[in-house]
Design a protein around this ligand. Structure first.
Ligand code: CMC
Length: 428
């Protein structure tokens, strides 16, 4: 029995609903019986006030700018952990011992190759296809190649599918890049780390030995950590909704990739860098700030604002630091970084952004780093998808293992015509 209750008055009657408490964060009013008791639905487009599930993976306090994975602050994970360790943590709930981590990395490494026939599948795409279009197609097609891990009622098959998805995503993303530039695919190299391997598959060529630059490998790994999971965001909710019908894991992750692609979500990193390049020099910032504030102009500052964070996105803080590290390691200087820093400064001192609590998000600085490493902007969202796969997979597993899980089926506020008789075409 819940200790707290919420009362609702509707149609002259009072109804009592239990209030559930999480381990931290806001309470939730349990309205599961609302329709049965009252005949009414709640109305919450965009789910701004709706908790769609129970989850023990990730906690965000948007007002304070806090992001925890299984209780560990993102800043500490980005500083001290690795993407493989964070992946294990998200999937299993605890940080692994050294031996367990080694075994996990070994398992993931042994799943990095793609079925050879999938390489031919790429050739069906146009060379100028967006990598996210290719990712959607190829990941969806995995269910046609790995039949032995699509039975979601079997925990072992779910585990294998999870490992396959995390392991194969760098190969799939790197191949999408190679295909777009007309270079041969590079096979995974098991001697390298997860991230080093991805860099080699992306930037290596058969004609030359590829040297992984440790500082770049570390920065890339950190970017993966920062994108690994983010609670019930649009693409994760898409994965959960797709999975709630019992769809296979590869199909569910393909659905997540499709949702991530949009410019309001994962596509913002590409849009943010394009915007910074368009702004160019700091003297042009004022014009773009004015446009962002103009109600009649659809332009928004990309990489700014967040549905949950009403404070500085903690991931943006780490990203900003990582830009400097990558620039130092590669000995590059991109004037766009100065423009970004100045834009942030101007926006944060402007009452419009202060009142609406719009701060830089994870995507504001990530594009500058990825561009310095050598990725074209079209690959940015594909990298986000690569890293977010572990979050999607962990959330999907959590949902399937939840005994209270049912198919997701929202209702609606119907505003269309009421019942009317069909009129034959010659009488219209
Ligand atoms: N530039 C200018 N104005 C903005 C911006 C922005 N980037 N973001 C929000 N606003 C204004 C918006 O016009 C609205 O004003 P008003 O109340 O006068 O109508 C107000 O702020 C609230 O905006 P909203 O769209 O209702 O807020 P939301 O929580 O639904 O949207 C968002 C969040 C991320 C979609 C939005 O801030 C946005 O479009 N940002 C730019 C795209 C972006 O950077 N997305 C990456 C998100 S982080 C990575 C991820 O999780 O995928």
């Amino acid at each position: 029995m819940a200790d707290k209750h919420a009362k609702l008055e509707l149609g002259g009657q009072t109804y009592d609903f239990p209030v559930l408490e999480g381990s931290t964060g806001p309470d939730v009013v349990d309205i599961r019986k609302l329709y049965g008791l009252t005949g009414a639905f709640t109305f919450d487009p965009g789910y701004k006030s709706t908790a769609s599930c129970e989850s023990a993976l990730t906690y965000i306090d948007g007002d304070e700018g806090v992001l925890l994975h299984r209780g560990y602050p993102i800043g500490q994970l980005a500083e001290h952990s690795s993407f493989m360790e964070v992946s294990y943590l998200l999937l299993n709930g605890e940080l692994p011992s050294k031996a367990v981590l080694d075994e996990f990395e070994f398992t993931i490494t042994r799943h990095t190759m793609l079925h050879e026939q999938l390489a031919q599948f790429y050739r069906g795409f146009r060379r100028d296809a967006h990598p996210m279009a290719v990712m959607c197609g190829v990941v969806g097609a995995l269910s046609a190649f790995y039949h032995d891990s699509t039975d979601i009622s079997d925990p072992h098959q779910r585990k294998i599918a999870s490992h396959r998805l995390i392991a194969k995503m760098p190969t799939i993303a790197a191949m999408a890049y190679k295909y777009s530039v007309g270079q041969p695919f590079i096979y995974p190299d098991n001697r390298l780390s997860y991230t080093g391997n991805f860099l080699k598959m992306t930037f290596g060529v058969p004609a030359e030995e590829y040297e992984v630059i440790p500082a770049v490998e570390r920065a890339m790994d950190r970017i993966f950590i920062l994108h690994a999971d983010h609670e019930q965001n649009a693409s994760t909710s898409t994965v959960r909704l797709a999975g709630s019908s019992g769809a296979n894991p590869f199909a569910c992750i393909a659905a997540g990739i499709a949702c991530l692609w949009g410019p309001a979500h994962g596509g913002a990193n590409e849009a943010a860098l394009n915007m910074l390049r368009e702004i160019g020099t700091p003297d042009r910032i004022g014009h773009y700030i004015d446009r962002a504030k103009d109600k009649n102009d659809p332009f928004r500052l990309m990489g700014f604002g967040h549905r949950v964070y009403k404070n500085y996105d903690p991931r943006a803080t780490v990203m900003q630091k990582t830009v400097r590290e990558v620039f130092d390691a590669l000995n590059v200087k991109d004037p766009i970084f100065e423009t970004a820093l100045r834009l942030e400064e101007i926006a944060l001192s402007d009452p419009y952004f202060a009142e609406k609590k719009l701060f830089p998000n994870v995507d504001f600085y990530s594009g500058i780093i990825l561009s310095a490493i050598g990725f074209p902007t079209t690959m940015f969202t594909a990298l986000f998808a690569l890293a977010r796969t572990v979050g999607w997979v962990a959330q999907w597993n959590e949902m399937i293992s939840d005994p209270g899980q049912v198919i997701g089926r929202p209702r609606q506020l119907y505003t269309g015509p009421t019942e009317r008789d069909y009129v034959p075409v010659e009488q219209r």
